[in-house]
Design a protein around this ligand. Structure first.
Ligand code: 5GP
Ligand code: ZN
Length: 111
């Protein structure tokens, strides 16, 4: 499958890993938009939030269970989680991912 994040999971493309287990991977965004900018992805290929179903939603729940542990290990307590779903919303990589952003430059709030 021609998916950038599946290639990162497979180790075919290097990444700066923050956390990894059998279900998920968290790594640094290559073009950080905040002091801290990480991406959390399920290892299972799910294209976007629109493709979350009863069958695969456990992967999403698991990501959110792990976020407190991952952010704690990164030394942050305050952070923003963003998911872009669809090109019209700014999704450029078609593998479900959650941006974790933190730092002093989160002032221009969208929400
Ligand atoms: P999106 O725009 O789809 O919500 O987010 C995709 C994110 O993936 C962007 O923030 C972009 O900087 C990041 N990204 C794109 N290619 C790579 C890559 O090869 N490695 C890493 N670590 N991040 C990437
Ligand atoms: Zn993928």
């Amino acid at each position: 499958m021609d998916c950038l994040f599946c290639k990162i999971i497979a180790g075919e493309i290097p990444s700066n890993k923050i956390y990894e287990d059998e279900k998920i991977l968290c790594f640094k965004d290559i073009a950080p938009q905040a002091d801290v900018h990480a991406l959390v992805i399920p290892k299972e290929h799910i294209c976007c939030a629109n493709a979350v179903t009863k069958e695969n939603s456990a992967a999403v729940a698991y990501i959110f269970e792990k976020i407190p542990e991952i952010t704690k290990s990164m030394g942050i307590t305050d952070y923003r989680i963003i998911n872009n779903c669809g090109e019209g919303a700014g999704q450029t990589v078609k593998h479900l991912h959650f941006h974790i952003l933190s730092g002093s430059n989160l002032n221009e709030k969208l929400v």
